[in-house]
Design a protein around this ligand. Structure first.
Ligand SMILES: [Ca+2]
Ligand SMILES: [Ca+2]
Ligand SMILES: [Ca+2]
Length: 244
């Protein structure tokens, strides 16, 4: 309280009391505002809004309230699910972060958070993730031709790909270890032949796997029983085989 008095030349005085209130009307400063950022979506192609308050509070100061007593809110809240993305198109969310002092003065700033697909496709047939399809494609040669080569239709064993955002990533042939074309015969002399397959998701992310294709010669299993049993020590027998 401030007492103000006015006195005339004869010493007569009148006073009054002025109530002066000091109040903090200065909001906190956030410098710098947490930077804009790009974050990956998860295995369901959804983004999760990050908690930006720790960063905002670390960068905030106030004329009256100590830094550790400032409070922070953000909208949308941390953990809010964004998406899923449509056709791998990124989504940008404007997150408003506000820091408040103890006198309810508030400063806000906006952080642009972009969610995008950063996960390449995978191949379920490669369960151990060594980029080789686990199951070997084995082809016999029926009948054995001159070169022991067997016709293949790679469409029969083209592996399927999966992805977090693209329900059907494109799978394309990307070469053979024997240098031959997509559906040329596979020969015993080159076996096993490695086929390369490349999957591409709607974000343009790629993954390659190898697939092993084997040509196996015809197995001939012969079971011989000599009647009556003879001892190998005392006789020599010659047995001729013929294919008809
Ligand atoms: Ca203040
Ligand atoms: Ca993806
Ligand atoms: Ca594998």
């Amino acid at each position: 309280d401030v007492t103000v008095c006015i006195r005339d030349e004869c010493g007569n005085e009148t006073c009054c009391v002025v109530k002066v209130t000091f109040k903090d009307e200065t909001p906190p400063v956030i410098d710098p505002c947490p930077p804009d950022r790009t974050l990956p979506v998860d295995e369901n192609c959804e983004g999760h809004v990050p908690d930006l308050c720790p960063e905002a509070l670390a960068a905030a100061t106030d004329n009256c309230t100590p830094q550790d007593e400032l409070t922070c809110t953000q909208d949308p809240l941390a953990g809010t699910v964004v998406g899923p993305l449509v056709d791998c198109q990124p989504i940008t969310v404007d997150v408003t972060v506000c820091v408040r002092d103890k006198c309810d003065n508030e400063t806000c700033c906006v952080v642009h958070v972009t969610f995008e697909d950063q996960t390449p496709p995978d191949f379920p047939g490669d369960a151990d993730k060594d980029d080789v399809i686990d199951e070997v494609v084995s082809k016999y040669v029926p009948p054995a031709n001159e070169d022991c080569c067997v016709a293949v239709d790679p469409d029969d064993f083209k592996p399927e790909a999966g992805d977090n955002c693209d329900p059907a990533p494109a799978v394309e042939f990307c070469g053979r270890s024997d240098g031959k074309g997509y559906d040329e015969p596979v020969c015993l002399s080159d076996s096993p032949v490695t086929f390369c397959w490349k999957a591409t998701d709607c974000a343009g992310l790629e993954r390659e796997v190898s697939q092993i294709v084997e040509v196996m010669g015809i197995k001939l299993i012969v079971d011989i029983q000599l009647q009556p049993a003879v001892s190998a020590a005392s006789f020599t027998r010659c047995i001729h085989f013929g294919l008809f």
